[in-house]
Design a protein around this ligand. Structure first.
Ligand SMILES: Cc1cc2nc3c(=O)[nH]c(=O)nc-3n(C[C@H](O)[C@H](O)[C@H](O)COP(=O)(O)OP(=O)(O)OC[C@H]3O[C@@H](n4cnc5c(N)ncnc54)[C@H](O)[C@@H]3O)c2cc1C
Length: 197
């Protein structure tokens, strides 16, 4: 028989949103709630720092923490992924077959990056000067591209639709501009900011 668990408050996703909400809900002893976080990954990433990693000013390893170390004290961690929502029954089913019931539900499952929605991007990302600060796997390639840039067009794209950080494309562009000046290639460089909005 599949396992059934109940928590007063269930938070889906143990990223920045989920962990911040869990911490707020359990901060005061008097307001302590029975809170559970459902999160499949054993790693947590502090993504805002990826801007500085892409600019060569921080190491990406410093943004990675164990999920266990960021789960607030007193909060239960269900290491599993949500597979199905049954909101009429205040119930969730997980990938591993657990049934989780709740009084309140908070969903903070983040964004899924679909590199393959842009033809050629999945094959190119991280290579040949094509880079992105939007994932742990590719953020080092940004610094590689900026560090090795010798002039020409430096194109920074701001995607349309929902993105993790609206300011990220501009922030790395300003940091790259600074680096191009430092490396004495700025006068050979055209910086292009390509944005649909
Ligand atoms: C380069 C960059 C720079 C940024 N700079 C800033 C900044 O300066 N200031 C700022 O405020 N923000 C910044 N951000 C944005 C910030 O990092 C994100 O807004 C924040 O991480 C989003 O948190 P989240 O919890 O919604 O998503 P995430 O942190 O991505 O976490 C989502 C979690 O949900 C989990 N999950 C996914 N599917 C399921 C499932 N089915 N079941 C259970 N769990 C699931 C995932 O494993 C993940 O752990 C930046 C982001 C980037 C990439």
């Amino acid at each position: 028989m599949s396992e059934t668990i109940h928590h007063q408050i269930v938070i889906v996703g143990g990223g920045t949103a989920g962990i911040t909400v869990a911490a707020q809900l359990t901060r005061s002893w008097f307001h302590r709630r029975d809170v559970a976080v459902i999160e499949p990954s054993d790693k947590h990433y502090y993504q805002p720092l990826w801007t500085l990693v892409g600019a060569g000013l921080a190491k990406k390893e410093s943004t990675e923490h164990t999920e266990a170390s960021v789960i607030p004290r007193g909060v239960s961690w269900i290491r599993d992924a949500v597979a199905e929502f049954l909101p009429d029954q205040n119930t969730i089913r997980t990938r591993d077959g657990k049934t989780v019931t709740y009084d309140w539900l908070i969903v903070g499952a983040g964004l899924q990056i679909n590199w393959d929605k842009i033809p050629g991007l999945k094959e190119s990302i991280g290579k040949n000067g094509v880079c992105s600060n939007y994932s742990y796997a590719t953020v080092d390639s940004t610094w590689e591209a900026i560090r090795n840039f010798r002039g020409g067009n430096a194109v920074f794209t701001n995607p349309s639709g929902a993105v993790k950080c609206g300011g990220a494309p501009q922030k790395i562009m300003y940091l790259a501009d600074d680096r191009f000046r430092e490396a004495a290639v700025r006068d050979k460089t055209k910086i292009i900011y390509a944005s649909p909005v």
